[in-house]
Design a protein around this ligand. Structure first.
Ligand code: TYD
Length: 218
């Protein structure tokens, strides 16, 4: 059986990763190609715990008061969720010949948790604890202006999440821009996501086709 491809969507909050994951799935289906959409944090047990933290429902009562878990705990939780997600959902689909479209992956950990950490050595450690994570065939980075992303979030979200801070989002953009130099062996492409949903979807599909023509699945 020919394995499927692992395609990852990345970007700041409001960049449209979830919308484009759905659009990509449609593009696969339209061409009679099997694909499965999933996301991180996943729907598994660790992923559910992370979602409670993101929504502010799960906190740490420490010496500095009641706070969300720090970036080290978050990194470990996201890494544990990723291993569980790979074992229970991603790998089985790929083995069945189904391509997997994943809304966020390792690169969200590297970007979000190292910006939260605010220290230079965080990135190496985060990469290390994700050492055994499967390499994706393609990473689509949806590049959008942070102010436009904020406007989209305000239209969409009823609930404010812990990363919903304009300055933090600006720093994320800077970090996302250095992703290709951090991971030179990974096929990362930047897509201009400031355009309409249909235009961005077309650009994403173009890169998927290019990857499919170059990479024969294992
Ligand atoms: P979610 O509500 O799913 O946001 P979105 O729909 O924009 O993806 O929450 C995911 C949040 O978790 C998002 O702010 C990014 C963050 N995140 C990390 O900080 N590290 C990670 O490893 C992952 C996968 C997500």
């Amino acid at each position: 059986m020919i394995q499927g491809h692992l395609i990852v969507l990345e970007g700041i909050d409001g960049s449209g990763t979830s919308t484009q994951a759905g659009m990509l799935k449609q593009a696969f289906t339209l061409r009679g190609l099997p694909a499965h959409v999933t996301a991180e944090p996943s729907a598994g047990p660790v992923g559910c715990m992370i979602r409670q933290i993101l929504a502010g429902r799960l906190v740490v009562r420490g010496s500095r008061g009641v706070l969300p878990p720090d970036w080290k705990t978050m990194s470990l939780l996201f890494a544990a969720d990723r291993q569980d997600h790979l074992a229970s959902e991603i790998e089985p689909n790929l083995m069945d010949g189904v391509s997997v479209i994943c809304d966020r992956y390792l690169y969200s950990s590297v970007v979000y948790q190292s910006v939260s950490a605010g220290r230079a050595d965080a990135r190496d450690w985060i990469t290390q604890i994700n050492y055994f994570v499967r390499k994706p065939d393609l990473v689509l980075y949806l590049n959008v202006d942070p102010q436009e992303a904020r406007r989209r979030r305000q239209e969409r979200d009823f609930q404010v999440e812990i990363f919903d801070d304009p300055e933090f989002q600006e720093q994320l953009v800077k970090k996302y821009h250095s992703l290709s130099s951090m991971f030179p062996d990974i096929n990362i492409v930047t897509v201009d996501a400031g355009r309409s949903v249909a235009e961005v979807a077309e650009a994403c599909w173009h890169h998927v086709e290019k990857m499919r023509n170059h990479r024969t699945p294992v």
